[in-house]
Design a protein around this ligand. Structure first.
Ligand SMILES: [Zn+2]
Length: 322
């Protein structure tokens, strides 16, 4: 079992430029030393005219772990964490049934925009739970995963290790893995972890076949729930969530990467979660709340569907001429 990586003050990165406008100007929104949640005040908010009077408006975390620590983080400890309210997952693999149910729901959205059979790549596929749901629906599935342990599990889960690549999205393009282009690329809880999401999405765009679509999910920092929760919001995971998009900044991200928005919605952004998970997350609000709810742990793997409308499920397609 693991805990969150400790920030090394000598290698921590403070010199971070906004991925949308390139500015390093920012104001602090929340602070939990050594971390800050900041809002970019640079630029004019150009690129769709969605910036605010105070500038670009993109919310992000500073400082970042150094690159090696950031990559190393997604190994074993991340998937079985002692501190899941701040870092990683309590026991990702044990919650398989819940994840597959959640991804079945999301696969309906994928199917509405690109009916199966279609060739699909899930980036950051973890143990293959989304791929399981998407394959059930009839997609020709492939996955990319940075964690060697998770990539191996995904290969076992699908009984098709040749359909999983342990590495990063760039490998798929540079080595023409899985025979090249895809009709659908999915990214669930991935974009916010990526150092350069514009370059990352541009790579995804180049990997799409004509008529292909991108489907991704990321958290909405401007949602009512995020604003009510403040610093206690469960998506302020300082080591791992580098960027926090919202309905104004997300279309600018898409535009910079050569995509246009087809639709976004918080409706399918909910998750099937165990009561144990809810008790843990309540501890983020206040330790006493977690203690108060502790008896619910006895209900073990009972689950319920929770949607606090703080996620964005986004469908996009390559922009004309991109
Ligand atoms: Zn900016």
């Amino acid at each position: 079992m693991g805990t969150a990586p400790v920030l090394d003050a000598t290698t921590a990165r403070y010199d971070i430029a906004c991925c949308l406008c390139g500015s390093r100007e920012r104001v602090v929104v929340h602070e939990k030393p050594p971390f800050q949640i900041v809002r970019c005040t640079g630029g004019s908010g150009s690129g769709g005219g969605s910036g605010t009077a105070s500038g670009c408006g993109l919310v992000y975390t500073v400082p970042w772990l150094d690159r090696a620590a950031l990559r190393a983080m997604y190994q074993r400890d991340y998937w079985k964490s002692d501190a899941a309210k701040d870092f990683g997952y309590t026991d990702y693999v044990a919650d398989e049934a819940l994840y597959v149910r959640t991804f079945r729901m999301r696969s309906e959205l994928v199917a509405r925009h690109k009916a199966p059979p279609a060739k699909l790549l899930d980036v950051g596929c973890a143990a293959g739970f989304a791929l399981t749901a998407l394959r059930e629906r009839g997609y020709d599935v492939h996955g990319v995963e940075l964690s060697a342990e998770m990539a191996a599990l995904a290969g076992q889960r699908l009984a098709a290790p040749e359909r999983i690549h342990c590495g990063i999205l760039d490998d798929v393009e540079q080595r023409a893995l899985f025979g090249g282009k895809f009709d659908v690329i999915t990214l669930f809880d991935v974009v916010e972890h990526i150092e350069d999401p514009v370059a990352f999405l541009a790579t995804a765009r180049r990997l799409l076949a004509p008529g292909g679509i991108l489907v991704f999910e990321t958290q909405n920092v401007a949602s009512l729930f995020a604003r009510l929760m403040g610093l206690s919001w469960q998506h302020y995971k300082f080591q791992e969530h580098l960027w926090h998009f919202d309905p104004k900044t997300m279309p600018r991200l898409l535009q910079k990467a050569g995509f246009e928005l087809v639709e976004w919605s918080p409706r399918r952004g909910g998750k099937h979660v165990s009561l144990r998970f809810l008790v843990e997350r309540a501890g983020r609000v206040h330790p006493w709340l977690s203690k108060l709810l502790a008896p619910l742990r006895l209900l073990g793997n009972r689950s319920l569907y929770v949607n606090v409308f703080d996620e964005m499920l986004v469908v996009a397609r390559p922009a004309a001429g991109a």
